[in-house]
Ligand binder design. Structure first.
Ligand code: C2E
Ligand code: CA
Ligand code: CA
Length: 592
């Protein structure tokens, strides 16, 4: 009996029971049936009370009772068994196999290197039959091939050692087998991610890898307890698990299982506060998409799940389209940086409200991709800011702006440019060194430059960013707060920074047309900023009414489509020459 317990444990550790059909085993059973010229063959594994068919030809069911199964005898005795005619056999005539109309049986044992009989490789026929010596030799050889295959799969690292669950390799294999064997069937699959990569890295630094190993083992146990024995679980990355529901599972059943699993994880595992376990799920038709596509969709669903209160999300193709486009933007941007024809600058005038004189322009980046066409900065800047190229982007804009200023200076046109910076630029330790060198080389005065930073970027309080802002200010470069009113900054904090100008976000200017309350809000923003010593620029001025109102409110500068859309460098010169003729064209009497 002890032997039987060890045998069963060896069998279960191989994780072959209740797994998906596998082409590598099916090839062997097909070959066997053809070689013997018989209708039935199989690789059958002897579980506690059943014979499970890992692979089969000519049989519908996946298992039969172990009781009175010839293969069970082969596994127990670890000896070949040939039954010429089951109908005439004292013991097997009345067995499940015997009653099914099978007459001939021939099986050889599948034995592990430790000597455990796992089951049998067998071939069956509906007529009584003999076996030749040569046939027996082939069957024995093929049984060895089956065992090699089993050992190979195990040795190839198809099981993750920390969780004991099948790994990514096995999942890819199973998904590809599924697309052959069950093409057209609907499947539900989910990915559980315990933590984001950054959270994971931080956790390893804080608690160490051994703590993580024990956490993973605990999670694997909870998954095993919660999944109903039919749903397959895989461990595909340090913090990632996949569940594949059996065909025919309804979406609601799958959801219940997921929620139950999340609840158990939440109550039984002490997560580090920085971990946010999230589940992404999808339904797919076997054979419709590749294993790689399924995994990519699941990863994208997990990203969406993070933003959802339930931490569970279903894959939606529109999200995937967005992710794919972001991926393309990231991939293409480095090429744009070195291609003279893709990136360019446009300039949007900032006009003095009282006099209508334009002394400054905001620099806005434009990207026209050879295949994708023009890409809006509102789309690509956030993507690049999150990549390693935020530094290069700003460097490109700064260099091109200085070049333009130098060209205008040489024409006798003295303008100032305000350049948008990303929060991450403030963390660069050599930002000033490079900028100072570029400024000196270009001959442009530092007071011709202003940097715009959002409130949120200004609020990131590190020693480096504070130092950089002070250095820039001391060098005579002006600083402004962009999109003011959209962040959560405290003016008392911002006051400590060397900021000259506040740009009121265009949403407030837009809203002024809604009513008096909105106008009062803008008026108080202007008054407050003035009392703190800031100059105020209104963004997004689209109508004459807004321009007049803001001027009456004492706003210092105006920027927006009503004054001018962003212009190319040539357009700037043309616009300015027209402005000197019609400077006061739009001005209304300020004080009636
Ligand atoms: P932003 O800094 O708030 O720039 C102003 C945006 O408002 C520009 O959009 C501009 O074209 C648009 N705009 C100007 N006047 C009006 C108006 O009257 N009505 C409306 N509806 N919109 C107006 P754009 O050029 O698409 O840029 C979008 C954002 O992309 C910018 O917002 C800025 O955050 C970012 N960006 C653009 N160029 C750069 C750059 O060189 N570096 C960095 N870091 N960010 C940039
Ligand atoms: Ca701006
Ligand atoms: Ca802005």
């Amino acid at each position: 009996m002890l032997d039987e317990a060890a045998r069963l444990s060896a069998l279960r550790n191989l994780r072959l029971l209740d797994t998906l059909p596998s082409e590598s085993f099916d090839r062997i059973t097909r070959l066997l049936a053809v070689y013997f010229g018989l209708p039935i063959s199989g690789i059958s594994l002897t579980d506690a009370d059943r014979q499970y068919f890992k692979s089969k030809v000519g049989v519908e069911h996946n298992e039969i009772p172990r009781y009175r199964a010839p293969c069970a005898e082969v596994a127990e005795t670890k000896l070949p068994l040939v039954i010429r005619d089951l109908q005439k056999h004292d013991y097997y005539a009345d067995s499940t196999v015997g009653r099914s109309g099978v007459r001939f049986y021939c099986g050889v044992p599948l034995i592990t290197p430790d000597g455990h009989g796992l089951g049998a490789l067998c071939v069956l026929g509906t007529e009584p039959r003999e076996v030749t010596e040569e046939e027996m030799a082939v069957l024995t050889d093929l049984a060895a091939v089956v065992m090699d295959q089993i050992e190979l799969q195990h040795a190839l690292g198809r099981v993750d050692p920390s969780s004991g669950l099948p790994n990514r390799h096995q999942l890819m294999n199973d998904l590809s087998d599924l697309s052959h064997h069950s093409a057209g069937t609907e499947q539900i699959i989910s990915l559980l991610d315990l933590a984001q990569t950054t959270q994971f890295d931080r956790m390893i630094r804080v608690v160490g890898i051994s703590h993580l190993d024990s956490l993973i083992a605990k999670v694997a146990r909870i998954l095993n307890d919660n999944l109903n024995g039919q749903t397959l679980a895989y461990h595909i990355g340090p913090t990632q698990f996949v569940f594949l529901s059996p065909p025919g599972t309804g979406m609601s059943d799958h959801l219940i299982l997921l929620e139950k699993t999340m609840l158990s994880l939440g109550s039984e595992v002490e997560f580090q506060i920085t971990m946010t376990p999230s589940i992404g799920s999808m339904v797919f038709e076997a054979g419709e998409c590749t294993a790689e596509e399924i995994l990519r969709s699941l990863q994208s669903a997990v990203q969406d799940a993070r933003a959802h209160p339930s931490k569970i999300a279903f894959f939606s193709p529109s999200f995937d389209v967005q992710h794919q486009r972001n991926f393309m933007i990231q991939r293409e941007f480095p090429y744009a940086l070195t291609d003279d024809n893709q990136l360019s600058l446009v300039f949007q005038p900032r006009v003095d409200a009282e006099s209508g004189i334009c002394k400054s322009m905001e620099v806005l980046l434009r990207w026209s991709h050879p295949d994708l066409g023009p890409i809006s900065p509102a789309e690509f800047i956030p993507v690049i800011e999150a990549s390693a190229y935020a530094r290069e982007l700003t460097m490109w804009v700064v260099k091109a702006s200085l070049k333009q200023l130098a060209a205008w200076n040489a024409m006798g046109l003295r303008l100032n440019l305000s350049i948008n910076l990303s929060a991450i630029n403030l963390q660069e330790d050599d930002f000033w060194d490079r900028l100072g060198a570029d400024l000196a080389r270009s001959g442009v005065d530092s007071d011709q430059i202003e940097f715009e930073l959002t409130e949120t970027a200004m609020m990131i309080e590190t020693e480096r960013s504070q130092d950089l802002l002070s250095t820039l200010s001391a060098a005579g470069i002006r600083l402004s707060i962009d999109d003011f009113g959209t962040g959560y900054s405290s003016l008392s904090y911002l006051q400590k920074l060397p900021v000259n100008t506040v740009k009121i976000d265009r949403s407030f200017i837009d809203d002024m047309s809604n009513g008096n309350r909105e106008r009062v809000l803008v008026q108080s923003m202007i008054t407050l900023c003035h009392s703190l010593g800031y100059e105020v620029v209104a963004e997004g001025v689209e109508t004459q009414e807004a321009a007049e109102l803001l001027t009456a409110m004492g706003c210092d500068e105006l920027q927006g489509y009503w004054l001018s859309r962003p212009l190319c460098a040539k357009g700037v010169v043309k616009w300015l020459s027209e402005q000197s003729l019609y400077r006061f064209r739009y001005m209304a009497p300020v004080c009636a």
